[in-house]
Design a protein around this ligand. Structure first.
Ligand code: P6P
Length: 355
């Protein structure tokens, strides 16, 4: 019997092969991506045992977001911080769990290392205790300050278009790592038997059409009229197969929409005018993944990738998914402006017929 000689490349093999595509790189990004994979495996191991160890439940502390920190939040943050700062590639880290930017290196000034990592170590952690999928989201940019000098705030506050790599880890029924470096989106599934991520979803793209909308119904009620018009349009299109799906875990909702088509919305609301999600380490990395997969990501009118952050934990309204669905939402915004200005609807936009 012929031995099955072909196997999917591991994450490490894949990024090494891709490095060969860029002959002048120093290998620091390869090392950094490899470190992210190692940290993801360590976090995954704890996530999978959450119900079996004392790590379940709140740590008692609250983080900068004034959110009760779950013990796994703290564990994940420490794991990523420790592994990323131990390599020579990273000069600084901005984490959802850390109030301030962290400058790496012995003197804590971030003088060495080419890359900055912005990370949400464990997003959706309120779902941990109920065994719902959670995720890690990461974004990588190059330092702006010359090597050897202390990092400055501007090194961390760069627009999404400055990213050199972005991705997420989904700790779900299986654990996946999905990332882009600007040449498409590739997904890797962890084989826990060997402790390796194997390429399982090469060249991921949104399906040509999507019919799933993901929004918290309570938030929809407090959002602006164009968002409500759009969702009402989706509901009216139920006969056309439109359906609501909301897990309450951004990475899980985004990943389902990427595979099956759909749009995720976290709008600005009366009580949260800038929405809930964080621009630097939630919106921008997923926006790049979405665009590389043929989709679109905007806030109330601006491309997420073009937004220049003013602070580490800055929030942004966030609408992301199939291009035709995001543009249908933009058409609702255009109509509510009396049909003036940008985002005039293209022909045949569904599902949100302009009222
Ligand atoms: P709400 C989790 O806290 C999170 O940041 C995302 O993962 C998720 O999509 C959203 O917030 C859920 O927020 O207000 O619907 O509970």
């Amino acid at each position: 019997m012929a031995l099955e000689m072909t196997k999917a490349p591991t994450f490490g093999e894949f990024i090494m092969d891709r490095q060969a595509d860029f002959p002048f790189v120093s290998g620091q990004l390869t090392r950094l991506l490899t470190d992210l994979g190692v940290a993801a495996k360590i976090v995954n191991q704890q996530v999978n045992r959450a119900g079996l160890t004392s790590i379940l439940g709140a740590s008692g502390a609250t983080n900068i977001q004034d959110e009760r920190q779950q013990k796994l939040d703290v564990f994940a943050d420490e794991a990523f911080m420790r592994i990323l700062s131990s390599g020579k590639s990273v000069c600084g880290i901005g984490s959802e769990e850390q109030e301030h930017f962290v400058r790496c290196g012995e003197d804590g000034e971030g003088r060495q290392g080419k890359y900055i990592v912005l990370i949400d170590p464990l997003d959706g952690s309120s779902n941990i205790d109920v065994n719902v999928s959670i995720g890690t989201i990461f974004s990588i940019v190059r330092r702006l300050t010359p090597m050897g000098e202390p990092l400055k705030e501007k090194d961390f506050l760069q627009p999404g278009t400055s990213q050199v790599a972005a991705g997420y880890v989904l700790y779900g029924s299986s654990t996946m790592l999905v990332y882009t470096t600007g040449t498409g989106v590739n997904g890797f599934t962890l084989d826990p038997a060997v402790g390796e991520f194997f390429l399982s979803h090469p060249t991921m793209t949104f399906p040509s059409k999507g019919s799933t909308y993901s929004i918290n119904d309570a938030v929809k009620a407090r959002s602006d009229r164009p968002t409500q018009d759009f969702i009402d349009g989706c509901r009216d299109a139920a006969d056309a197969g439109f359906r609501g799906r909301y897990i309450g875990s951004l990475v899980a909702d985004f990943h389902r929409n990427l595979l099956h088509g759909g749009i995720y919305l976290y709008p600005s609301t009366i009580d949260q005018p800038q929405g809930k999600l964080r621009l630097l380490y939630e919106c921008a990395p997923l926006a790049w993944i979405a665009e590389e997969a043929g989709g679109k990501a905007v806030d109330d009118g601006v491309r997420i990738m073009d937004k220049r952050p003013q602070s580490l934990h800055e929030r942004s309204p966030f609408y992301i998914g199939n291009r035709h669905l995001v543009e249908a939402l933009e058409a609702c915004r255009w109509a509510r402006r009396g049909g003036q200005g940008r985002n005039a609807p293209s022909k045949g936009l569904t599902p949100a017929p302009i009222p």
